[in-house]
Design a protein around this ligand. Structure first.
Ligand SMILES: Nc1ncnc2c1ncn2[C@@H]1O[C@H](COP(=O)(O)OP(=O)(O)OP(=O)(O)O)[C@@H](O)[C@H]1O
Ligand SMILES: Cc1ncc(COP(=O)(O)O)c(N)n1
Length: 265
């Protein structure tokens, strides 16, 4: 009997020892959505439900070697990037992904939910100049939009202005996450010509660790499964909304979203 292989999706990100965000959230999302998840670790965090106690970057040659191992033998149908920590790692990953030949979903992670820095301030320029131009979709939250473009989003009416400023940096699509605005969480997706707004029910659950990682990985997974960008985002939003609804307490602080919500019924 020949068993066919599921689509392959790669995350290039940081490890979260608490298992709620980063590489661990990405691989759980990929399993839940039926693709084969692979990981290139850029940094290791010591992290739990109350914050990030420290992080350590891998040497650029270790990141380049992991990328070479995966891309040289296995190949990918989509890639997601998350925490890349430093200018040299952003540069290394951007250079390799420029020639990857598969869609790249960039979550431009700057700080954790607790406000702990996950990207050196001097790396922001490298993200703008090198990483965003290779992105198929970039998924900033409102804080990241302001860090990358200076645009402050105060209401849903500002989302398109933010997306246009992000598109000027070179990605094919911008998805601006409006989850931190009051009211029903609405995200705006545009390629400059077409515009889509995705609105979900708000779940007043404080256990939302890993939402951004989960959404970006779900988009990459649905792209690998053959969806176009708008329908991959629509399906990913449905998945993350269910995961937020079932986010559970863990430790003394903010617990994770539930990646297995569809299996629990
Ligand atoms: N309380 C909520 N209920 C439902 N959906 C939400 C809620 N908060 C955020 N979302 C949605 O979750 C997704 C992730 O958005 P969010 O703004 O939380 O990302 P993020 O800040 O980058 O997350 P993280 O800090 O975990 O990386 C978006 O689709 C957003 O609209
Ligand atoms: C390794 C890593 N990557 C990303 C996040 C962002 O997730 P959150 O904003 O939910 O803390 C994180 N905390 N840790």
């Amino acid at each position: 009997m020949t068993v066919s292989s599921p689509p392959r999706v790669l995350t290039v990100a940081g490890s979260d020892s608490g298992g709620g965000a980063g590489i661990q959230a990405d691989l759980k999302t990929m399993l839940a959505l039926g693709v084969h998840g692979m990981s290139v670790i850029a940094a290791v965090t010591a992290q739990n439900s109350v914050g990030v106690q420290g992080y350590w970057e891998l040497p650029p040659e270790a990141v380049r070697a992991q990328l070479g191992s995966v891309l040289g033998d296995i190949g990918v149908q989509a890639v997601k990037t998350g925490m890349l920590a430093s200018p040299v790692l952003v540069e290394t990953v951007s250079e390799v992904l420029a020639g990857v030949g598969a869609p790249v979903v960039v979550d431009p992670v700057g700080v954790s939910k607790h406000g702990d820095a996950l990207l050196a301030p001097e790396a922001v320029e490298t993200v703008k100049a090198r990483l965003l131009p290779v992105a198929t979709v970039v998924t900033p939250n409102l804080w990241e939009v302001s860090q990358l473009t200076g645009v402050k989003v105060e209401s849903e009416a500002d989302l398109r202005k933010a997306a246009d400023a992000i598109l000027e940096l070179g990605p094919a699509w911008a998805l601006i996450k409006g989850g931190h605005l009051p009211g029903a969480p609405t995200d705006l997706l545009t390629d400059g010509t077409r515009e889509f707004r995705f609105t979900a029910e708000r779940h007043d659950n404080r256990h939302t660790h890993g939402t951004g990682c989960t959404l970006a990985s779900a988009i990459a997974s649905h792209l690998a499964l053959g969806e176009d960008v708008p329908s991959a985002v629509e399906k990913a939003k449905e998945y993350v909304t269910g995961a937020i609804a079932r986010g559970f307490p863990l430790g003394g602080g903010i617990g994770p979203v539930d990646h297995a919500w569809r299996w629990r019924g």
